[in-house]
Design a protein around this ligand. Structure first.
Ligand SMILES: NC(=O)c1ccc[n+]([C@@H]2O[C@H](COP(=O)([O-])OP(=O)(O)OC[C@H]3O[C@@H](n4cnc5c(N)ncnc54)[C@H](OP(=O)(O)O)[C@@H]3O)[C@@H](O)[C@H]2O)c1
Length: 228
């Protein structure tokens, strides 16, 4: 896809992978609607922040309507908003378990449900879902998080066949540990310099988007080279 002047929606844009992705897309001349709780605190003429908690289906619908009113089309959807809570299964609170599914799984569904009809009408589009290596290889003390990210993989693998005939691509990225605030919720892990730079995930997103129209990169697992 030629990226200049295309319109992207990125969810969860205040920091981390989402913010780096917004910046990489803007550098390619893409117009970006950022759907999130907090603003990333930078301004750019082609960036439009829309307040949206993705676990609220009404908020997602109104973010979708505001995006169409502002930009008229949506060519790219990056389902990035997500969070993880970790700990022994019997100690996991109901609230944290439900919160992970509400954001990481139901939020992805609400965004797809709103955006896909527009992409079908356009007969073009590229959706990139952010899963995790935990979605491929579940981690101890991460049953809930791993289950949500395995769901993101399953959703991707289900729908790419549904929408391919309308020229819509769906890809999923499985990042390894990435240097973001994601680890603030971890009791025993801190972000560290040997983790993946979120800018490198953003560059991978650009690379996937630039693939030829008749070529679908479905799965991309990325890891650090600095593992101890
Ligand atoms: N970091 C890693 O090692 C790693 C590895 C694999 C996969 N991932 C995945 O990558 C994605 C991005 O994570 P990150 O590492 O960049 O973490 P992060 O720095 O904690 O950023 C998470 C982003 O998601 C947003 N968000 C959370 N809940 C939201 C909601 N209900 N509605 C809208 N936005 C919401 C946050 O917004 P606010 O700041 O406004 O709350 C924030 O911008 C997540 O899906 C995560 O599961 C991360």
């Amino acid at each position: 896809m030629e990226l200049k002047n295309k319109v992207a929606v990125v969810t969860g844009v205040s920091r981390g992978i989402g913010k780096a992705s917004v910046q990489a897309l803007l550098n390619q001349g893409v117009k970006v609607a950022g759907w999130g709780i907090r603003n990333p605190e930078f301004s750019h003429p082609d960036f439009h922040f829309i307040q949206c908690n993705v676990k609220d289906p009404k908020a997602v619908e109104s973010a979708y309507l505001e995006t169409i009113a502002k930009f008229s089309s949506i060519d790219i959807l990056i389902n990035n908003a997500g969070l993880g809570y970790f700990g022994k299964i019997e100690e996991m609170s109901l609230e944290q378990w439900h919160e992970m599914f509400a954001v990481n799984v139901h939020g992805v569904f609400y965004c797809l449900k709103n955006v896909i009809p527009t992409m079908r009408k356009q007969r073009s589009g590229h959706i990139i879902n952010i899963s995790s290596i935990a979605g491929n290889t579940p981690v101890p003390e991460g049953a809930g998080y791993s289950a949500t990210k395995a769901s993101v993989k399953a959703i991707t693998h289900s729908i790419y066949r549904e929408v391919r005939s309308d020229k819509i691509k769906v890809s999923v990225i499985y990042p390894g540990s990435t240097r973001t605030d994601f680890f603030n919720n971890f009791p025993n892990t801190m972000r560290a310099e040997d983790m993946i730079d979120p800018k490198d995930i953003a560059n991978s997103i650009i690379h996937l988007l630039q693939t030829p129209d008749d070529f679908l990169p479905l799965d991309l697992e990325v890891r650090t080279m600095n593992a101890k």
